[in-house]
Design a binder for this molecule. Structure first.
Ligand code: NAD
Length: 370
């Protein structure tokens, strides 16, 4: 008997990147049984609804899922399946690590940040309406509760303690949002007093964006509300090399769903061009969650070496910034096969080569040093 895991391929590039991740997961030799369920466009075609009960039931039963991205129509149409899944399964902690892999594609080769985002409330409450009949004014309700703020802040401090991280920074806008922002800020301050051994500080969201692109090494674990976390995790993904390499995890009290930061990238759907790394690194996080550390280390190492070698990399990793010399872009499936091939061959205990910038060392920009 293997680990029974719900697999939600999603739509857009989702089926391609989840097939890649599955190939790599199976190459670890850890036995998996995949319970494949459809959500998003495929589910609408099959059952008329983007989030069938079978998906929720499967995750509740298996307690763990690997998920591809799912498209949300912009401006109208059905509500986000991703948001609904988080709310209905109470997956309250969205954890998005941004590590620079092979040190390339970034000004900041040493990037190592984790965004911990509250994922069930805030401006994603879904409580919104037009104020008048001619749709000239609208309101969205920013729901912040003490209970959800306490538990996401506790989650961040516990993560620092468990993973031996350095500090927690809370991000809010309590100067302007004097109720919702202040409630989150108070919850953070009171939680920080319960963890006196862990350094804690605060930033306003606007200042945090500037600080992160200027000196990301000063930050470590960032805890924040839903919308700010969504934006900051894309920013941090950009610091670490791009959306193609940014994995994520959603945790509830007993459930865990692993999904990349990126969306369904519709323009690349069905072309076998998308970068599979973010979804493959979701497998690494999933293996760590299962306690399969050795297999997780192998996955990370195989990804690292494949990116560093630049022989089998997708278009985004073959672009200037990732590489000084032009390299031909591989397909999504070819890159995944190469990572899977390397899994039994790599030595995860060997030190990783020193991170370097696109020109062989961290990119210096005197304007950024002030
Ligand atoms: P996106 O992340 O899909 O794409 C942003 C940019 O990054 C695009 O240029 C895209 O081509 C590129 N990109 C993304 N993933 C890539 C990959 N693996 N390899 C190479 N390039 C990649 O964001 P978007 O365009 O704003 O959103 C598209 C759809 O995805 C929307 O419907 C949105 O609602 C949805 N979305 C879903 C999730 C999720 O399922 N959790 C997250 C974000 C967005």
């Amino acid at each position: 008997m293997g680990y029974r895991v719900t697999l939600i391929p999603g739509d857009g590039i989702g089926p391609e990147v989840t097939a890649a991740a599955r190939l790599v997961a199976e190459a670890t030799g850890i036995p998996f049984e995949w319970d494949v369920v459809e959500a998003g466009e495929a589910a609408i075609k099959a059952s008329g609804t983007p989030l069938p009960d079978a998906v929720l039931d499967s995750v509740r039963k298996n307690k763990i899922a690997l998920k591809g991205p799912i498209t949300t129509p912009i401006g109208g149409g059905f509500r986000s399946v991703n948001v609904a899944l988080r709310q209905q399964l109470d997956l309250y902690a969205s954890v998005r690590p941004s590590r620079s892999i092979a040190g390339e594609g970034t000004r900041f080769p040493e990037t190592d940040l984790i965004v911990v985002r509250e994922a069930t409330e805030g401006l994603y409450s879904g409580v919104e309406h037009w104020v008048d009949r001619d749709h000239s004014a609208a309101e969205t309700v920013n729901v912040i509760t003490r209970k959800a703020s306490d538990r996401i802040c506790r989650f961040a401090f516990e993560l620092v303690r468990r993973d031996h991280r350095r500090k927690v920074t809370a991000v809010h806008k309590a100067n302007i949002m004097k109720t919702t922002g202040a409630l989150f800020q108070t919850a953070f301050r009171e939680m920080a007093m319960k963890y006196p051994d862990i350094p804690a500080d605060e930033r306003l969201i606007d200042n945090m964006c500037m600080q992160l692109v200027k000196k990301p090494a000063e930050y470590d674990v960032i805890v924040t509300t839903n919308l700010f976390g969504d934006i900051l995790s894309d920013l941090c993904a950009g610091l670490a090399g791009g959306l193609g390499v940014a994995p994520g995890a959603l945790y509830g009290e007993t459930l865990a769903v692993f999904e990349p930061v990126h969306g369904s990238a519709p323009k690349y759907a069905g072309q076998d061009r998308a970068d599979p790394v973010a979804e493959i690194l979701c497998v690494e996080l999933l293996l760590r969650h299962l306690g399969e550390k050795a297999a997780a280390d192998r996955v990370f190492r195989a990804v690292w070496e494949t990116i560093a070698e630049k022989k089998f990399v997708t278009y985004d990793l073959a672009l200037p910034g990732y590489t000084d010399r032009p390299v031909p872009a591989s397909s999504c499936s070819a890159m995944a096969k190469e990572i899977a091939r390397k899994i039994p061959l790599v030595d995860p205990s060997a030190p990783l080569p020193r991170a370097s910038g696109p020109s062989g060392g961290p990119m210096a920009d005197p304007a950024l040093e002030t």
